[in-house]
Design a binder for this molecule. Structure first.
Ligand SMILES: [Zn+2]
Length: 204
């Protein structure tokens, strides 16, 4: 069964992670996972500049190694980055020692106190260790822009259906999102602005 909302029970297992920020303000937190890559990230950066919006990019360190100039552009243009492991490892499938070494290696390229586990999959032992050094940021709105079974229209609808005050919205600057994001992202931003949402950076 596929659901857009993270499982409430799963969330309850990880009380120290951030799924949505408690805020009285009409604010959302845009996040982009899995970049930086030349095919998508510069396009996202240009679009965000056009709207004067700042976002948080959870980067895969292997991509940072390949495209350091794009990584630098993210920071130079006023956005912030977070650690998304070096090799996009899934915690459930990886032993804790290997997982933590991968996070450490990523931290050498990504100087950030923020961490997001790939797919949101992390074992309690991994989480305990990661929490000593990082603020762990999950999400409460999955655009599902990465899915081949979703159209750009459906990606947009996922955003409009689940966003509320303090929502952390996840998109992907990845090849799998290409073809959907170009349509769904500007449409989503337009809608969020129309609704009066302000775009904020995740507090570090
Ligand atoms: Zn990812």
């Amino acid at each position: 069964m596929l659901i857009e909302q993270p499982w409430l029970l799963y969330r309850a297992f990880f009380p120290k992670t951030h799924w949505r920020f408690q805020t009285g303000e009409k604010a959302v937190y845009l996040t982009f996972d899995d970049g930086p890559i030349p095919e998508m990230t510069p396009w996202v950066l240009d679009l965000l500049d056009k709207y004067h919006i700042k976002a948080t990019f959870f980067c895969v360190a292997d991509n940072v190694r390949k495209y350091p100039e794009i990584y630098r552009a993210i920071l130079q243009r006023g956005h912030q980055t977070g650690n998304h492991t070096y090799h996009h490892l899934q915690g459930w499938k990886t032993n804790t020692e290997t997982f933590l070494k991968d996070v450490e290696a990523a931290a050498e390229l990504i100087d950030s106190p923020l961490f997001r586990p790939p797919h949101g999959h992390i074992r309690p032992s991994q989480l305990r260790a990661v929490l000593k050094r990082f603020k762990v940021v999950m999400w409460d709105v999955v655009s599902r822009d990465y899915s081949n079974r979703q159209t750009a229209e459906q990606v947009f609808e996922n955003v409009t259906k689940y966003t509320r005050n303090g929502s952390v919205i996840v998109f992907h600057d990845s090849l799998r999102s290409k073809g959907k994001l170009e349509e769904a992202l500007p449409k989503s931003i337009d809608w969020l602005l129309q609704q009066g949402y302000e775009f904020k950076l995740i507090p570090q």
